[in-house]
Design a protein around this ligand. Structure first.
Ligand code: FES
Ligand code: FES
Length: 154
């Protein structure tokens, strides 16, 4: 049995220690907001936070999360920056098919918590691992800049 803290709540799972966090979230706990894309750490659709740092849950085993805080897209509306980003996302009409967007927002939250006033190069660096088949990159950058200009405190 493995004890995990997810979105502030304790969970116990009985899966092998090398099970990726992604499958634990989706298959064991029903938290399906985190998406499977490539399974190889290349697309960013499975992005979550581990102690506030954006990570790829498809290649991170649950053993790496023991004693740490897992945060998923389901928790975003309870986070000031997350809520501000969601609102900016809607205003800017960012989501198209939507598949990548949970991961995009998780990366954007981590960026703004680390760098409240990011330069374009900071945004590019932070978001470069999140791919979008629908090509929403320009609107994502605009939404991040909107929230940065609002000065929302993390
Ligand atoms: S599914 Fe994890 S990076 Fe693509
Ligand atoms: S909105 Fe469709 S993949 Fe990004």
């Amino acid at each position: 049995m493995t004890s995990l803290t997810i979105n502030g709540r304790a969970h116990t799972v009985t899966v092998p220690q090398d099970t990726p966090i992604l499958w634990t979230l989706r298959d064991e706990l029903g938290l399906t907001g985190t998406k499977f894309g490539c399974g190889m750490g290349l697309c960013g659709s499975c992005t979550i936070h581990l102690d506030g740092v954006a990570i790829r849950s498809c290649i991170t085993p649950i053993s790496a999360a023991v004693g740490k805080q897992i945060t998923t897209i389901e928790q975003v509306e309870n986070d000031k920056l997350g809520a501000a980003l969601q609102a900016a996302w809607i205003d800017a009409g960012v989501p198209q098919c939507g598949y990548c967007q949970g991961g995009q927002i998780m990366s954007a939250i981590a960026l703004l918590k680390r760098t409240p006033k990011p330069a374009d190069s900071d945004i590019d660096d932070a978001m470069s691992g999140n791919l979008c088949r629908c090509g929403t990159y320009t609107r994502i950058r605009a939404a991040i800049k909107t929230v940065a200009a609002q000065g929302v405190k993390a």
